[in-house]
Design a protein around this ligand. Structure first.
Ligand code: NAP
Length: 201
């Protein structure tokens, strides 16, 4: 399959691109500063990416920012970061992909554990992740041409925890998180929120 991976230079995206390539898929690696250029906040660049990539079977998004900050300190601008980037950026991607992917293709977005298991500081991120999960479940009901849409929900990723100097024990290695994305691309799931933690080991 030809799979476009957005966020392919990131902690999760690089592992996903590598896992897909390891399974003989043709991977188009994209991000704002990557080999193929796209900014999910700019719909013209998403359309340009699909045009440049040519007919694709799947698109995977491992991109999108949101602000982690104590509730009392979150500003309108902080909320806007997550709404414009991780939420509406991925929604825009899904809407454009629904017109651009081959029949039977798949869209895989990224949510995160903080939707269902919030922690102090996660209000803006939990909002965005929960919104994405509702969007995926609903959009799946109406996608044309046998297209599929799912979202992977990663737990804390070990490599990220190292960077943040957190205890890595509860984390999942990016290579294991990537298995959930591969399953979404190669499988038959539709409208599912796929917990990457189930792919441990
Ligand atoms: N790491 C974790 O522990 C964890 C846990 C749960 C959920 N998540 C979610 O997983 C996603 C990826 O996390 P990560 O840790 O892999 O992030 P990361 O290491 O910061 O990588 C982000 C990737 O996305 C690209 N990107 C960022 N904004 C973009 C935009 N507007 N348009 C296109 N590409 C963009 C970046 O490249 P450029 O800078 O070149 O654009 C980079 O390739 C995030 O949505 C995060 O919330 C992460």
């Amino acid at each position: 399959m030809k799979v476009i991976v957005i966020g392919a230079t990131g902690t999760i995206g690089a592992a996903v691109a590598s896992a897909l390539a390891g399974k003989q898929h043709e991977v188009v690696r994209a991000s704002r500063n990557g080999a193929a250029k796209v900014d999910i906040e700019d719909q013209a660049t998403i359309r340009a990416l699909f045009a440049a990539a040519g007919p694709a079977d799947a698109v995977v998004s491992c991109a999108g920012s949101a602000v982690f900050k104590p509730f009392a300190q979150l500003t309108d601008a902080d909320y806007a970061v997550g709404l414009n980037s991780k939420l509406m950026g991925q929604v825009a991607l899904a809407r454009i992909a629904a017109n651009q992917l081959k029949d039977g293709g798949s869209i895989t977005l990224t949510t995160g554990i903080l939707a269902m298991r919030p922690m102090p500081g996660s209000a803006a991120i939990s909002l965005v992740n929960a919104g994405l999960e509702g969007f995926v479940r609903a959009a799946a009901l109406e996608l044309p041409r046998r297209l599929r849409i799912n979202a992977v929900s990663p737990p804390w990723v070990k490599e990220t925890m190292v960077k943040l100097r957190m205890d890595t024990a509860p984390g999942l290695a990016a290579a294991d998180v990537a298995k959930a994305y591969v399953a979404a691309v190669e499988g038959t799931m539709q409208g599912e929120i796929i917990e990457a933690a189930k792919f441990r080991g």
